[in-house]
Design a protein around this ligand. Structure first.
Ligand code: NAG
Ligand code: NAG
Ligand code: NAG
Length: 423
């Protein structure tokens, strides 16, 4: 009976905020930030011809060095994460995982030590099935041993993919691996790909169970380097938002996949759009670009402190789409953030507001609404400030009209802070 009560209470409370804890290992209290190889470097194993871009220790050592020296670490980016294709094709003679000895000649503990020595944390990739998606050894049958290996190597973050395994086993297998991770005693962030293998079609996804086991989870399709891929993923997040928002909160995050900022497929405006929407979604900020050659204007997007502060807001409330593009081709997303104020017994939130022009008719589109349309209804009004330009829009009452001009496929992204003395 007690169990039913708890579930009932959770369902009730999750309508107003993230009150029901998921996995609680003290990690990822804000969305993880870091760098992951996959989107940009894929499974390039040709270190003979492409030594600086192949999946080998040179790439990760250079990227860690740039993360530390290039201002990324100081802005909050923390994890350097291996993706698929780092392993040898077979385990060693004692059944232990090993890195490809030609591409990682110094071995994984050396790489892990280097990453730690520059003030960063080390993430690794594996797969819950018999093989990784790229055909390298998976952990099935070696779950406990492999988690101990990771702990011994100083791993801080494990991304566990879902290829070569029946998704019907996930409700048992993902939590079991999490238990083995816990038993090592080493704190390791747990990134699960569990829902990505079942969320298509009309399947019911056990979001609360996933949050109970994982710090973050890849909800949906892999991101590709295009605006079409980005918009499709965001549309899915909008469609499912009433199920996704309640399970997000400190320690547990929905993951729409890596940032494309600095890569080839998005325009400058589209890159700002992704960074804004990922901040509204309280999404992990996992870069996957070549930090060694990153152009300054893209670097500035990734290092924008205002936008990062929205993403990392300590309340950890995931934002939502509140106006769809159906009507005018412009959609609006908002997220409650700090500082909060109190009006009687009501909490009055600050908000981050992203106005995204999905039109393609070539000119900045004037979009006009009283700010109450964006949920900014506190009678005392708000100060509005642009998060990308730092421009002050000034003081607005809920009925005051805000007119912005939004570039095609770009965003206007601002913060509204309530004007109430009692903070
Ligand atoms: C790495 O894999 C290859 C191919 O499966 C195998 O021949 C070799 O013995 C492995 N290396 C080590 C050190 O186990
Ligand atoms: C293991 O789980 C317990 C109970 O949730 C938690 O308090 C502890 O921090 C976890 N330890 C690690 C290393 O994850
Ligand atoms: C999902 O359900 C809807 C409504 O029942 C149906 O029209 C659609 O074909 C289903 N989609 C899939 C992929 O099964």
């Amino acid at each position: 009976m007690a169990g039913y009560k708890i579930i009932f209470l959770c369902t009730l409370l999750s309508a107003v905020g993230p009150f029901c804890d998921g996995l609680n290992n003290g990690l990822a209290l804000t969305p993880p930030m870091g760098w992951l190889a996959w989107e940009r470097f894929r499974c390039n194993v040709d270190c003979k011809n492409d030594p600086h871009n192949c999946i080998g220790e040179v790439l990760f050592l250079e990227m860690a060095e740039k993360m530390a020296s290039g201002g990324f670490r100081d802005a909050g980016y923390e994890y350097i994460i291996l993706d698929d294709c780092w392993m040898n094709m077979t385990r060693d003679s004692n059944g232990f995982l090993i890195a490809d000895p030609e591409r990682f000649p110094s071995g994984i503990p050396f790489l892990s030590d280097y990453i730690h020595s520059v003030g960063l944390k080390f993430g690794i990739y594996e797969d819950i099935g018999t093989k990784t998606c790229g055909g390298y050894p998976g952990i099935e049958g070696y779950e406990k041993q492999d988690m101990q290996t990771f702990a011994d190597w100083g791993v801080d973050y494990v991304k566990l993919d879902g290829c070569y395994k029946d998704p019907n086993t996930f409700p048992q297998s993902y939590p079991q691996v999490g238990a083995y991770m816990n038993q090592t005693g080493r704190p390791m962030v747990y990134s699960c790909s569990w829902p990505a293998y079942i969320s298509g079609g009309n399947n019911t996804v056990p979001w609360q169970d996933i949050a109970d086991s994982c710090n973050l989870w890849r909800n949906y399709d892999d991101i590709q380097d295009s605006y079409a891929s980005l918009t499709e993923i965001v549309a899915w997040f909008a469609q499912e938002q009433d199920l996704l928002i309640p399970v997000a909160g400190p320690g547990n995050w929905n993951d729409p996949d890596m940032l494309l900022v600095g890569d080839f497929g998005l325009s400058y405006d589209q890159q700002k759009t992704q960074m804004a929407i990922w901040s509204i979604l309280a999404a992990p900020l996992i870069m996957s670009t070549d930090l060694r050659t990153l152009e300054p204007q893209y670097r500035r997007i990734l290092l924008n402190r205002n936008v990062i502060a929205v993403n990392q807001d300590k309340l950890g409330i995931q934002g939502r789409q509140i106006i769809t593009s159906k009507d005018k081709g412009v959609e609006v997303w908002t997220r409650p953030i700090t500082p909060t104020a109190k009006s009687g017994n009501t909490i009055v939130y600050s908000y981050a507001v992203a106005i995204w022009n999905k039109r393609d008719d070539g000119t900045p589109y004037p979009f006009s609404n009283p700010i109450s349309q964006y949920g900014l209804t506190s009678k005392s009004g708000y100060f509005l400030r642009d998060l990308y330009t730092n421009q002050d829009y000034g003081f607005f009452l809920p009925t005051d009209l805000l007119t912005v001009k939004v570039n095609p496929s770009g965003v206007i992204f601002f913060k509204a802070t309530p004007v109430i003395a009692d903070r």
